[in-house]
Design a protein around this ligand. Structure first.
Ligand code: DX5
Ligand code: ZN
Length: 218
């Protein structure tokens, strides 16, 4: 099993952003998880294009952008130009999800779909083969540092079943409240990528914490 760890930059120290980016570069982490919030889709505003530009200037690993914004189609090209490798939109924010997925891919990015905790995985039955990554929200999106919602394990298993039944190669990412308490169970249920924000950057030694998560899940 090869789990991927994606530290969420939302929990980094923005006054020492370059330091924290270099920390992830040098760590065993696989991806950078970048949370973009617009204050409309979620009740919080994180950061936008200039900050992402500063991040991609230094980051040497895959850039996984999680858009928590309404009408994400407006910015697909912008995020491609800024260096996003994976662009994830919310199911709940897309009226024409299939069209949005095609637009993301036509810009050369992998296409992700995020589901809020209340959104049933069965809604992806008709698009699963077009989705590179499903991001299951294990907290209500908008803030780092929240508690993991236990119902997520069930959703991972259900989603895995849909992926296998359709012969899709979609990866499952878990986002929110990931710690050493749930990482192993999530991987056993079928998760491929774990996003971790406050658990990593709130630790005394983030580098060791990332390595610890990988060890725990292999
Ligand atoms: C929540 C964000 C998450 C968040 C995870 O809206 O999408 O990526 O940064 O942070 P933790 O790991 O602290 O829950
Ligand atoms: Zn996220």
């Amino acid at each position: 099993m090869s789990i991927k760890i994606a530290p969420s930059i939302l929990a980094a120290d923005f006054a020492n952003l370059q330091r924290d980016i270099e920390l992830v570069n040098k760590s065993e982490a696989h991806w950078f998880h970048i949370d973009i919030m617009d204050g409309v889709f979620v009740p919080n505003i994180s950061f936008g294009m200039p900050v992402l530009q500063a991040i991609t200037k230094h980051a040497t690993k895959t850039i996984d952008v999680h858009l928590m914004i309404v009408d994400p189609d407006r910015y697909i090209k912008t995020f491609a130009d800024l260096g996003a490798n994976i662009l994830t939109v919310h199911y709940e924010a897309c009226t024409h999800l299939h069209r949005t997925l095609q637009a993301i891919k036509s810009e050369g990015m992998q296409a992700g779909v995020a589901l809020n905790p209340h959104t049933n995985v069965s809604l992806l039955e008709d698009t699963i083969k077009d989705i590179d990554l499903v991001c299951l929200m294990s907290v209500n999106p908008g803030f780092g540092g929240q508690s993991f919602i236990e119902n997520t394990y069930k959703k991972v298993s259900q989603l895995k079943e849909i992926i296998n039944r359709n012969g899709a190669s979609t990866k499952i990412e878990i986002d929110g409240g990931v710690t050493d308490k749930n990482a192993k169970l999530l991987v056993e249920a079928g998760a491929d990528i774990l996003v971790a924000g406050s658990y990593v950057f709130g630790a005394q030694n983030p580098t060791e914490t990332i390595a610890g998560l990988i060890k725990l899940t292999n």
